[in-house]
Design a protein around this ligand. Structure first.
Ligand code: ZN
Length: 278
């Protein structure tokens, strides 16, 4: 079995001239002669166009995981659904999303005429909040286990200070995707410079950690990675301030953070179009 992870977009909340919004695709081939199936982590702005550009078949997407409801994580979802309709998808598509986001996403798709009888395939909505900590079975004997993180706590506090919390639940999730003997951990956003500490309870062991440098800090990431059983760390979701540093400068900061313990795993600073094969 071969796993191929394609980073279609690697920006954080603000796209840059060199980075589209975040979309990461895990391609799985059970055998050489099989065609791949795909799992998508977040569907940022431009996701459908980028899938096309990279030759990734919309019809082979099994599931899409939306980590939280900031628009940079789902801004491309409606067009992925629409393109799949144009390509005459008939199989159901699984969308895992924060429970608080499902009704609004459904309403947005409906407002975009992406409804029966036009759509002609079912969307199997899975509210992540109802499955936290328990493996969710997906196609191809894959399992996804979601874990809540506190990325949105600052937003909760700001609205509370204004007595305006409204109906928000401020759900945000990281997850692990287990497929065959491989384990991938994905996080859209974490909270604050040392946000990686939120992954402590479930990150080890893993074959690939896909993480962010949006709100977190390179030296703090290094401290977190030091001595851990993580074979490969792929950094995406870059805050644009880190693009002012060279790859070597960023790696130096990460390794300085790791101190004497050091990092045994590989580190990839992704760009749009980076492909990692496991
Ligand atoms: Zn966010």
């Amino acid at each position: 079995m071969a796993l191929q992870v394609t980073f279609l977009g690697t920006a954080s909340g603000l796209p840059t001239p060199g980075r589209f919004g975040q979309t990461v695709v895990v391609g799985v081939k059970k055998a050489d002669h099989d065609s791949p199936m795909y799992f998508v982590f977040d569907a940022g702005d431009g996701a459908s166009s980028l899938l096309m550009r990279h030759g990734i078949d919309h019809l082979a997407i099994e599931a899409i995981f939306i980590s939280h409801m900031h628009a940079d994580h789902h801004g491309g979802l409606a067009q992925v659904v629409k393109t799949s309709m144009h390509l005459q998808r008939s199989r159901p598509l699984c969308i895992l999303a924060p429970g608080e986001g499902i009704a609004p996403l459904k309403a947005y798709l409906a407002a975009s005429y992406l409804i029966d009888p036009f759509l002609k395939y079912e969307i199997n909505w899975i509210p992540i909040d109802e499955h936290v900590g328990r493996p969710i079975p997906l196609a191809g004997d894959a399992h996804l286990t979601a874990v809540a993180n506190t990325h949105l706590n600052g937003y909760r506090r700001r609205l509370e200070q204004l007595s305006k919390q409204g109906s928000y639940r401020f759900e945000s999730y990281s997850c692990a995707l287990d497929i065959d003997s491989k384990r991938l951990v994905y996080t859209g956003n974490l909270r604050g410079a040392s946000g990686h500490d939120e992954l402590v309870s479930f990150v080890e062991p893993c074959d690939l950690l896909i993480t962010e440098l949006a709100h977190t800090d390179p030296a703090e990431l290094g401290r977190f990675l030091a001595g851990r059983d993580i074979a490969h760390t792929a950094i995406a979701h870059f805050n644009r301030k880190w693009d002012q540093l060279s790859d070597q400068e960023l790696l130096d900061l990460i390794h300085q953070g790791a101190g004497k313990t050091g990092i045994s795993g590989h580190i990839t600073l992704t760009r749009d179009g980076t492909v990692i094969t496991l």
